[in-house]
Design a protein around this ligand. Structure first.
Ligand code: ADP
Ligand code: MG
Length: 278
């Protein structure tokens, strides 16, 4: 890896920095939370996360500076244990940080009370997990609407219909998760994440439990959500094909961002992975 790759960690970096990547030249309708390229959908400065103490101490993230552009699909890659999930969890307020600042839009999440953080997660964030995390006793429709109902909001029926229709779930709405295939379950989870029109969707290995065809379907829907609905998505993956659906790929190693690629292809991503792991 070239030393220049580290530039990605500098928010104010000129050429090649994430800051410049956020400038976004393409004309595009604004995403739900403001103009594309203005305030990042989420950002961190000096984000450090240390687990454990003494000889079990692990620095999972080491002074990470990163910004996730609004209306973009960003993939986070890196070897197992490099800090991908920790980064996602800290960005989403699912885990506390040891040091540094994390913002969702302009909101500094460390300043929120537990209750405010819960409300913010419900109203402004969406989550997609590798293991789907649907409630087994609820139907697909109930699962999709659950976060809205918990947040005290009624589903916008026409929007919900559009999401369900796009994800081809119309015929499955009365089914419970154990009556659905893995691909269908993950599509329900994608619908659940989209239906509240969150500022940002965080996905941790969303295709990790799917065959390649179902995985491609899910990735295709995430891509459409970004292209057609200006959704912002941040997705952890270890699959170069999955990363090739993204606008930007950032690479983590040992808790540092060590590289990034714009407009990735699977081959480009594979080359970069090989270069980083040697
Ligand atoms: P990745 O998602 O890239 O595989 P993680 O973010 O899960 O990596 O983990 C980064 C590092 O932090 C690893 O060394 C991992 O063992 C450690 N780690 C993650 N979660 C915990 C935890 N809850 N307690 C202790 N160590 C953890
Ligand atoms: Mg992980």
């Amino acid at each position: 890896m070239e030393p220049g790759g580290v530039e990605v960690t500098d928010l104010d970096a000129g050429e090649g920095g994430i800051g410049s990547a956020l400038a976004g030249d393409e004309p595009s309708p604004p995403p739900p939370s403001g103009a594309r390229g203005a305030t990042p959908a989420a950002s961190a400065v000096g984000l450090t996360k240390v687990y454990g103490k003494g000889n079990t101490r692990v620095i999972a993230l080491d002074h990470v500076d990163v910004a996730f552009g609004a209306g973009r699909l960003t993939a986070i890659m890196g070897p197992s244990g490099s800090g991908k999930s920790t980064l996602l969890h800290c960005m989403a307020g699912l885990d506390t940080v040891t040091a540094g600042e994390v913002r969702i839009g302009d909101t500094l999440i460390s300043e929120l009370s537990d209750r405010e953080l819960t409300l913010m997660r419900r109203k402004r964030l969406g989550f997609i997990f590798q293991s789907f995390n649907l409630v087994p006793t609820l139907t697909a429709r109930e699962n999709i609407e659950l976060p809205l109902l918990l947040g005290g909001n009624r589903p916008d029926q026409s929007w919900e219909h559009e999401v369900v229709d796009t994800l081809a779930l119309d015929e499955r709405l009365t089914h419970r998760p154990d009556e659905l295939s893995g691909g269908q379950q993950q599509r329900v989870a994608v619908a659940r994440a989209l239906v509240s029109r969150p500022d940002i969707i965080f996905a941790d290995e969303p295709t990790g439990n799917l065959d390649s065809r179902s995985g491609d379907e899910v990735l295709g829907f995430l891509r459409r959500a970004v292209d057609e609905w200006h959704q912002t998505v941040v997705m952890v993956t270890h699959d170069a094909r999955a990363a090739s659906f993204a606008d930007i790929v950032i690479f983590l190693r040992d808790g540092h961002i060590v590289d990034r690629i714009e407009s990735p292809t699977a081959d480009l991503v594979l080359d970069r992975i090989r270069a980083l792991e040697v």
